[in-house]
Design a protein. Structure first.
Length: 265
């Protein structure tokens, strides 16, 4: 009897709920499904990209001739080639392409493999890679990372970004470029200082980003995936030749009329 009383007592309340006013949907949508918001895209980005491609057509920036993709021995066995790619990336941090390329050439003259580097003492390795930026730290990182590759990966490099960034001296940009160059796999956008700077100048990010990793996340939210590999090469060379860190050459830039930063720089 008690349960019947509770059930009867609940009926009026349920009835009152049913008399609620139906929600009126705009644009004739009466199915209750909220319309999907269009994906955010920067203004004029496709035209800006085409113009950057035009400015990069000659492929004569330092990154084109001396970038990491040019630093390894293409005739080496795949495992050795991948190791050389990773080392070139480690050396390239805060170092001009010309300096990285010369250091890699000297290393390759000594036989650049996991075993030769492990057999090399720190002083010799330092003399070979000098004057790359932070060369003392890089000696330490290279020896530590090479030992891990020998012990854990059989002398090869990891094939995922997650594992690559666990290696001493390897950051997200290096990891994504290693995936691009060594494994021919696009796991994300490689964002260095050039890509970071230019993305903010062109307003290719919803709001200003402070660090390259923030820029990577922001770009990956809207940039079509088939452009992820190309964008690093395009913007690095563009940043080396035209959109310079200080005193960018706006007067020579094809995007001068549609670049948000052109008028104030």
């Amino acid at each position: 009897a008690g349960s019947q009383i509770q059930g009867t007592a609940g009926i009026p309340r349920r009835s009152r709920r049913r008399k609620s006013v139906a929600i009126a949907y705009e644009l004739g949508q009466g199915d209750g499904v909220e319309p999907q918001r269009p994906r955010w895209e920067p203004r004029d980005w496709r035209e800006q990209l085409e113009r950057i491609r035009e400015m990069r057509r000659s492929r004569d920036a330092p990154v084109d001739d001396m970038g990491v993709q040019k630093c390894y021995d293409s005739s080496a066995p795949p495992q050795v080639m991948r190791y050389q790619v990773l080392l070139a990336l480690m050396l390239s941090s805060q170092t001009k392409d010309q300096v990285t390329s010369a250091a890699m050439l000297r290393l390759r003259q000594h036989g650049l493999t996991v075993d030769t580097v492990l057999q090399m003492d720190d002083e010799t390795l330092g003399q070979i890679i000098y004057p790359v930026g932070f060369w003392r730290n890089k000696v330490k990182y290279i020896k530590q990372t090479t030992a891990i590759l020998k012990q854990k990966y059989g002398g090869d490099i990891p094939s995922t970004v997650e594992e690559l960034v666990q290696l001493p001296g390897v950051g997200p940009k290096m990891a994504h470029l290693a995936m691009h160059i060594a494994w021919d796999s696009v796991a994300g956008i490689a964002v260095d200082t050039h890509v970071h700077r230019i993305s903010n100048r062109l307003k290719w990010v919803k709001k200003e980003t402070k660090h390259p990793e923030q820029t990577r996340v922001a770009l990956e939210e809207w940039l079509p995936r088939d452009l992820w590999k190309e964008i690093n090469w395009l913007l690095v060379g563009f940043g080396q030749q035209t959109c310079l860190p200080v005193n960018p050459r706006c007067s020579q830039c094809l995007n001068q009329d549609i670049c948000p930063a052109a008028k104030r720089l």
